[in-house]
Design a protein around this ligand. Structure first.
Ligand code: PEP
Ligand code: MN
Length: 264
């Protein structure tokens, strides 16, 4: 099997645009349940709830995630509010724990996609799974590395794949936290039109004001959905506070998004 032969039928289960929302990090059971409850109450069409429980932080001695206890909170979110649940995995132990908890969607973070040994380890731990695995672009603007990560997964018979465009690191001062470099994601899309492509405006923008514009720009060029960090109390978030939004703001943002009219 190769990347071109994947059916990626997992995405057909969802309406477009597919919205994945939830906090950057799981912090407490209460924070998770309140965020999930308010997303549901807002009426927004959000089928997948995300939360990082192992957090790759730039500097040491900060909050690095609550760890496996967060899996219980994710499962509670699924049971009580009917979301599918998603979390980041960065090594084989994470994969093992996430599969044991029957997490629906696993994603590989930008700092892991850059490292072929890490991706290989994750891929081997996932061998043959029918779970959906989403691969964020590497932090550096390297399309081959992004594709290589997918090839490593396919090499281990992981068949339900998608990618997340979260922008690329730069030392230049720009209005973005991670510059979108749209062309890289579009080159990916041209090469692999059947692999679902999801935008992550939160990590591209690094602020709240740019989110809607980036999400709309992505839908305009045919992306399948967006992953948007959403927190019950964004200002007090333990990670990525400046880019997270409340469930109510998320609902308004989604309401204003327009799907590309494919007939044009
Ligand atoms: C995240 O989704 O919270 C995260 C750490 O993202 P990235 O890997 O894109 O930096
Ligand atoms: Mn984050």
């Amino acid at each position: 099997m190769n990347l071109q032969e994947l059916e990626n039928s997992w995405i057909k289960e969802f309406q477009k645009p597919l919205i994945i929302a939830g906090p950057c990090s799981a912090e407490s059971e209460m924070q998770m349940l309140e965020t999930a409850e308010r997303i549901r109450r807002s009426g927004a069409n959000v089928p997948i709830f995300r939360a990082g429980i192992w957090k790759p932080r730039t500097k040491p001695n900060g909050f690095e995630g609550v760890g496996v206890i967060g899996l219980n909170w994710l499962k509670k979110v699924r049971e009580e509010y009917g979301f599918k649940i998603a979390t980041e995995v960065a090594n084989a132990h994470h994969v093992e724990a996430a599969l044991k908890a029957d997490v629906d969607i696993l994603w590989i973070g930008a700092r892991s996609t850059v490292n072929p040994f890490t991706v290989q380890e994750i891929a081997e731990a996932l061998k043959g799974t029918d779970k959906t695995v989403l691969v964020k672009n590497p932090v550096n603007p390297d399309l081959a590395l992004w594709i290589g990560a997918l090839e490593r997964l396919v090499g281990q018979e992981v068949k339900n794949l998608g990618v997340i465009h979260r922008g690329f690191s730069t030392y230049q001062k720009t209005k973005y936290r991670n510059v979108p470099n749209w062309q890289i994601a579009l080159d990916f899309k041209n090469q692999f039109p059947k692999i679902p492509l999801i935008v992550d405006p939160s990590h591209i923008c690094g602020n709240r004001t740019g989110l809607a514009g980036i999400a709309q720009e992505a839908l305009n060029v045919g992306y399948d959905g967006a992953m948007i960090e959403t927190h019950c109390n964004p200002d007090e978030a333990w990670s990525d506070a400046s880019q997270q939004i409340t469930p109510e703001v998320l609902a308004a943002l989604i309401k204003n998004l327009k799907l590309r009219n494919l007939d044009i």
